[in-house]
Design a protein around this ligand. Sequence first.
Ligand code: 5GP
Ligand code: MG
Ligand code: MG
Length: 183
Amino acid sequence: MDAREIESDLSEVLVTEAEIHEKLAELARRIEADYDDKDLLLVGVLKGAVMVMADLARELRSQVNMDWMAVSSYGVGTQSSGVVRILKDLDTDLTGRHVLIVEDIIDSGLTLSWLLGNLESRGAESVEICALLRKPDAAKVDVTVKYLGFDIPNQFVVGYGLDYAERYRNLRDVAVLSPHVYS
Ligand code: 5GP
Ligand code: MG
Ligand code: MG
């Protein structure tokens, strides 16, 4: 796929690279202040959160640990299944740890609400959420997000880590995927 083909698959840029970086810097300042005297473990949710994790972690001036989990809740389509399965677990023992889950997007909220419960049950001292994007109109369960980037409309988006059928993850902006691509 060349650049022109990719562009024809996108209907609108929702959040630009510059807006993302500005927001992550803002969130990083809050996180530094909130975890001032604590050791923080960032838990990135593969694969979508790779870009958020990389940029947020580098914005943080404090010492942090990073670990990763892979869970499945979506197949190749655009609908949430509600069924969460661990594909790759953490390497880190969470006992007594301060955990910040780093996510790309909250859609129904089902994945994160499950993940929150799962990590809390491992004896973490605290578990909070940082998510770059949230679709308020798609929420099926309430999830408290302490650090939120942007609320967006209920449309399927790609870029900055977010895929459709494993494509478009490397785009720098977050854009709406044209429905002609998946319908
Ligand atoms: P949820 O469980 O909140 O419905 O969504 C879980 C996962 O579905 C997200 O972490 C993300 O990987 C994927 N997802 C939800 N909405 C979108 C979207 O608009 N675009 C893409 N590419 N993935 C999404
Ligand atoms: Mg995700
Ligand atoms: Mg995906």
